[in-house]
Design a protein around this ligand. Structure first.
Ligand SMILES: NC(=O)c1ccc[n+]([C@@H]2O[C@H](COP(=O)([O-])OP(=O)(O)OC[C@H]3O[C@@H](n4cnc5c(N)ncnc54)[C@H](O)[C@@H]3O)[C@@H](O)[C@H]2O)c1
Ligand SMILES: O=c1ccn([C@@H]2O[C@H](COP(=O)(O)OP(=O)(O)O[C@H]3O[C@H](CO)[C@H](O)[C@H](O)[C@H]3O)[C@@H](O)[C@H]2O)c(=O)[nH]1
Length: 331
């Protein structure tokens, strides 16, 4: 298939681009390189441009006859979205609208969208199914919920088919060390802990130890980026084979506490680093895990890396490579 990948130079998009290339797809990446990197695009062609630029989007769609659009481009930092909500509604919601106008105008048949567990907000249950009411508690989650809705409404009014993937906590890196999370000023737990191991940070905080969980810290469902990437390739196959539009959770259905994750990082790396216990971070639910029955049944997806140690090992290996790359000015 001829596919457009917005945000394909970013962390998750770059892993997906690589797998799409291996599956034989013809790829165009559209990315403004705000948090992505040229080196991360290892298959297809990179067009540098911004989704705010409707003329650039139109040019892109008129030059290529895309059969599918995979839409990753977004801003993703929850606390930043609280401080600067309009940045998120502009880049995540309005720019998705810009993209959808071209999808409609050029009658693109298939779309895969990067959504998030943040659309569920603070649910009462810990294991989440896709049919729960959406109640995001921050602008990031709200911006994604609105994008989901626009895609569904356009699909209802046209021949567009979509797969919306709601990612839980994405971590790890391609095991061969070619790709990984290079996001500047990352806030994600495993990335932060990995930066402590390489000495980029002197230590880290555990945000809250009084949650109603097995050790008082939050539980999250960490999914390896390669397993997540595979779901995108399978989502395209599903639609190409006549499958219906779907909203699917992406997670393993089990979780680890913050303390458990930090312990694994320390054990696997053999490096001890200071950890301070601080107050809760605003807006963190105690536990979030994916019910993944639907993605297993719909796509036939099953994980290959469902092991926290493997996730951490690949994240740490990448972190060491990335720090060397940065130091040598190679990136
Ligand atoms: N990382 C996670 O844990 C996680 C969890 C849930 C959902 N997601 C979603 O997955 C997607 C990818 O996230 P990521 O972790 O790879 O982040 P990332 O920051 O590494 O990737 C985002 C990419 O989009 C590009 N981009 C941003 N705005 C753009 C614009 N206006 N025009 C063109 N390109 C633009 C950036 O340069 C970058 O390459 C996002 O939509 C995010 O909301 C991520
Ligand atoms: O330095 C840190 C970083 C994180 N945490 C804790 O670790 C857990 C995981 O935090 P992350 O920031 O890694 O991830 P979140 O669960 O907050 O959110 C992530 O996953 C969500 C989906 O579940 C959204 O997609 C969101 O974009 C993405 O950042 C939370 O309890 C957080 O409080 C710490 O204790 N210390």
């Amino acid at each position: 298939m001829k596919v457009l990948v917005t945000g394909g130079a970013g962390y998750i998009g770059s892993h997906v681009v690589r797998q799409l290339g291996e599956a034989g797809h013809d790829i165009v990446v559209f990315d403004n390189l705000s948090t992505g990197y040229r080196w991360a695009v290892t298959a297809g062609e990179l067009v540098v441009g911004d989704l705010a630029d409707e003329a650039a989007i139109d040019r892109l769609f008129s030059e290529h006859r895309f059969e599918a659009v995979l839409h990753f481009a977004a801003n993703i930092v929850v606390p930043e979205s609280v401080a600067n909500p309009l940045k998120y509604y502009s880049n995540n919601t309005r720019n998705t609208l810009n993209l959808l106008k071209a999808v409609e105008r050029y009658q693109v048949p298939y779309m895969v969208f990067s959504s998030t567990a943040a659309v569920y907000g603070m649910p009462e249950q810990q294991v989440l199914t896709e049919d729960l009411p959406l109640a995001p508690i921050n602008p990031y989650g709200a911006s994604k919920m609105m994008s989901e809705r626009m895609i569904m409404d356009l699909a209802a009014a046209s021949s567009l088919n979509y797969v919306i993937l709601r990612y839980f906590n994405v971590a790890g890196a391609n095991p061969d060390g070619l790709l990984g999370q290079a996001t500047p000023e990352a806030t994600h737990l495993i990335k932060v802990a990995s930066e402590c191991v390489t000495g980029q940070r002197e230590g880290m905080s555990v945000f809250g130890t009084d949650y109603d969980t097995r050790d008082g810290t939050c539980i999250r469902d960490y999914i390896h980026v390669e397993d997540l990437a595979k779901a995108h390739v399978m989502a395209l196959d599903h639609m190409a084979n006549g499958g219906d539009s779907k909203v699917l959770n992406c997670g393993y259905g089990r979780g680890f506490t913050v303390r458990e994750v930090i312990d694994v990082v320390k054990r696997v790396s053999g490096v001890d680093f200071p950890v301070t216990e601080t107050d809760r971070r605003a807006g963190d639910p105690a536990a979030l895990m994916a019910d993944n029955t639907l993605i297993r049944d719909t796509l036939g997806w099953a994980p290959d890396y469902d092991d926290l140690e493997t996730i951490v090992r690949t994240a740490l290996a990448w972190e060491a490579i990335w720090q060397k790359k940065k130091a040598s000015g190679e990136h």
